[in-house]
Design a protein around this ligand. Structure first.
Ligand SMILES: *[C@@H]1O[C@H](CO)[C@@H](O)[C@H](O)[C@H]1NC(C)=O
Ligand SMILES: *[C@@H]1O[C@H](CO)[C@@H](O)[C@H](O)[C@H]1NC(C)=O
Ligand SMILES: *[C@@H]1O[C@H](CO)[C@@H](O)[C@H](O)[C@H]1NC(C)=O
Length: 709
């Protein structure tokens, strides 16, 4: 008792004196100090695991029905000696959204006041997984397939992001940052090579590859050299899980994150920290993980190079990952990123030194005037999507809302509702966006309210000689390279050699950004470049401005208009859970039991009488556990967040309200032999809307030693 009291006093004194050291050495100018206050945090953002359309492929009927991997928000907060801080947040989502940023900053300001975390120093970037429930956008274009705004999705995300930042804030301690970079080949390929080829030959000749293979990594340690976190950036789409998948998954980057974290935190504690590994997204616009390339489903032959069609048919041309199925492809592409990160984490030895700065500005991308290098003045346009947007990509056929012959039962009531209000594009818009053939003039569509965002957040962080650029959309390989070169040059002109890091899908989503040359070609990415042929030129001008502003160390005089909050206008046609019922069984009964014995490497399958998972999202919890009997108690060895488990929910009868849940466990090879069981945790809703928890367990089963051969 006495001893621990003295230790506490001593610890307090050490902390106070350490903090004192920082506080007295406040400095406004750049310096050589390599000690930062660093904190990491993680929060669960897994939205509704049933009945909600997944964000990414815009495919009707691709609604969630279970979990393979939980989705997380991972946050890093870094402050220099003067106390200037930035929060870098990476979310397992298809895209970031204005409304998320608004709500997150609001929550943070309630906790910390108005000056600690703001729109300017918080950057929220998405991994671009296509396997999460949607509906967390305020603009209609992105919530058509979810039949409107989904409150449950948004709340789950906001609470998890805020938790991750709070934890990072609370975990802040003095430490160091180390940088290194490498290249990762064979984890990505270009899915629009014909479009990439439109870029000037001299420019292409400067690069070996037609996707960005740069792998940039930051290692964080405490003052004793103990690792506390890692962040890296690599450009590759989160589409290893294809558009037939209905299980929530953080895709290849999520796999890499949890595997890296397990090395520090243990196998079971997925998503619980303390070590956090962020696999961030970059200029992935045309970069696919489906590296075996596209081929025709009917003939097995290569698709048409320019149009990615087979005999004129778009849906027959599909790209494949390196695995035997999408799960294995996710694992392979995830593992390649994980292994590269391991290698670079060991190597990282360039110490980051110097102050923290940030700049931020919202700009109206529909109305930018750009002065090109040759002196010409050009303009951006109100947002519009071309026909090639509807065709989709070889990673997933086009937005099915535009397809004729949608299967019965999959019609989108929401789209039917608004279809009649879609305007014909104005003449000015057609001219401005040329040569785009406009399908959806989203910038001119204001009914029932705004369809697409036009206010785009532009943001840069500087930490010593690192410059992190927040790009509000999917920049293609060459678009990203142009931005990176511009910024590097501006710093070089000021005598500074910096590492420029492109953080894609930051702060809001605005589809794609191609080079003007790629735009002219109007493949999917060009057709999805919202603000016309000079979209990239406008961003280049803006980021050059931000870089100069950052170097001047002056605050931007106008951070631009604030994001509007459209929540009051949001519409949803998606019904909630009506009620659950159990017939012939009780909720939680195991209706298919496991076998008596298994060997490691086999798959255990158990089915329970279930209720709708939307009744309780189980944030920071789990729908299932795999447990081992040890010393008279059951120990949890895996949850629904582990790679080896799957939670699959199935609606038996809408009318009766009955459902079942299958739990799969692929027994890892290094599993301890012993007695195991599987448990399921649910919540059912009765006819008058009361929600009640329940649980169930399978019978016990044995996992035997691996047979020896
Ligand atoms: C690239 O990945 C594929 C698929 O996993 C593999 O077959 C091939 O050998 C790899 N190529 C190289 C050069 O490593
Ligand atoms: C998706 O992956 C599954 C295997 O996991 C495969 O059977 C299916 O053909 C793929 N579909 C598409 C459209 O890529
Ligand atoms: C960092 O490591 C590399 C080898 O990986 C070595 O060449 C370089 O000199 C090291 N730099 C420092 C600053 O230690």
């Amino acid at each position: 008792m006495m001893k621990s009291f003295f230790i506490s006093i001593l610890t307090c004194w050490l902390i106070i004196s350490a903090n004192g050291k920082y506080l007295t050495k406040v400095s406004q100018t750049d310096n050589d100090n390599d000690v930062y206050q660093i904190g990491f945090g993680i929060g669960d953002i897994t939205g509704p695991a049933a009945e909600i359309n997944m964000m990414g492929y815009a495919k009707l009927g691709q609604n969630t029905r279970g979990i393979h991997l939980r989705l997380y928000s991972r946050a890093m907060v870094v402050a220099d000696q003067s106390g200037t801080r930035v929060a870098y947040v990476n979310v397992d989502l298809c895209g970031s959204a204005q409304i998320l940023k608004i709500l997150v900053v609001e929550e943070l300001q309630k906790i910390y006041g108005n000056d600690v975390y703001t729109h300017e120093n918080v950057l929220i970037s998405a991994t671009h997984t296509h396997a999460g429930p949607g509906g967390y956008f305020q603009y209609l274009l992105y919530i058509v397939t979810t039949e409107g705004y989904i409150k449950e999705s948004t709340h789950a995300i906001v609470s998890g992001v805020v938790k991750s930042i709070r934890d990072a804030h609370d975990n802040m301690e003095p430490g160091h940052m180390y940088y290194t970079e490498g290249t990762l080949t064979n984890a990505s390929s270009n899915r629009s090579p014909a479009s990439y080829l439109q870029n000037p030959e001299e420019e292409r000749a400067q690069y070996e590859h037609n996707t960005d293979k740069t792998f940039q990594l930051l290692k964080f340690t405490d003052l004793n050299g103990k690792p506390i976190g890692m962040v890296n950036w690599f450009a590759v789409h989160g589409v290893s899980m294809n558009n037939t998948n209905k299980l929530i998954s953080s895709d290849n980057k999520g796999y890499a994150s949890i595997t890296f974290e397990q090395d520090f935190n243990g196998y079971t504690n997925v998503g619980k920290g303390p070590f956090v590994a962020i696999f961030g997204q970059s200029n992935e616009g045309d970069s696919t993980p489906n590296i075996m390339g596209a081929r025709c489903l009917d003939t097995g032959k290569p698709c048409d190079f320019v149009h990615s069609t087979c005999n004129g048919k778009n849906e027959l041309c599909v790209a494949f990952g390196p695995g035997k199925d999408m799960f294995e492809s996710t694992k392979i592409i995830g593992e390649r990123q994980y292994l590269k990160a391991k290698e670079l984490f060991e190597k990282a030895n360039e110490t980051i030194k110097g102050d923290v700065h940030f700049v931020y500005q919202n700009i109206d991308m529909a109305k930018q005037t750009v002065t090109l290098d040759d002196g010409r003045e050009v303009k951006t346009c109100p947002a519009a999507l071309g026909f090639s947007f509807a065709a989709g990509t070889t990673d997933g056929e086009g937005a099915a809302i535009f397809h004729q012959g949608t299967k019965k039962g999959e019609e989108n009531k929401f789209f039917d509702f608004i279809r009649d209000f879609i305007l014909h594009p104005s003449k000015e818009l057609l001219e401005c966006q040329a040569p785009k053939a406009i399908l959806l003039p989203v910038g001119e569509m204001k009914f029932p309210y705004e369809w697409a965002p036009e206010l785009m957040p532009t943001q840069m962080f500087e930490i010593g000689n690192l410059v992190i650029v927040g790009l509000p959309g999917e920049f293609t390989t060459m678009s990203g390279r142009r931005i990176r070169n511009d910024i590097r040059k501006i710093y070089a002109d000021h005598g500074r050699d910096v590492h420029v890091i492109l953080s894609g899908l930051a702060n809001t989503y605005s589809n794609y950004i191609t080079t003007p040359e790629e735009y002219e070609f109007q493949r999917y990415e060009g057709g999805s470049t919202l603000f016309g042929p000079h979209t990239l030129d406008a961003y280049r001008q803006q980021f050059r401005y931000l870089a100069k502003q950052m170097l001047s160390r002056e605050k931007i005089s106008s951070p631009g208009p604030k994001f509007p909050n459209l929540l009051k206008k949001e519409i949803t046609l998606k019904p909630g859970v009506v009620y659950d019922a159990a017939i012939r069984h009780h909720f939680g009964d195991a209706i298919v039991q496991p076998k008596e014995t298994y060997h490691a490497g086999e798959r255990v399958e158990v089915k329970f009488c279930a209720a709708n998972p939307r009744n309780n999202l189980k944030l920071e919890k789990t729908y299932l556990t795999v447990e081992r009997y040890e010393n008279d108690e059951w120990i949890v060895v895996a949850t629904d967040a582990n790679w080896e488990t799957m939670f699959i929910w199935n609606r038996d009868s809408v009318l009766l309200g009955t459902s079942d849940a299958t739990v799969l466990w692929d027994i890892p090879l290094d599993t301890k032999p012993g007695l195991y069981r599987i448990r399921y945790f649910g919540d059912h809703k009765n006819i008058i809307g009361k929600i009640q928890e329940f649980e169930g367990a399978s019978r016990e089963f044995k996992v035997n030693e691996l047979p020896s051969f």
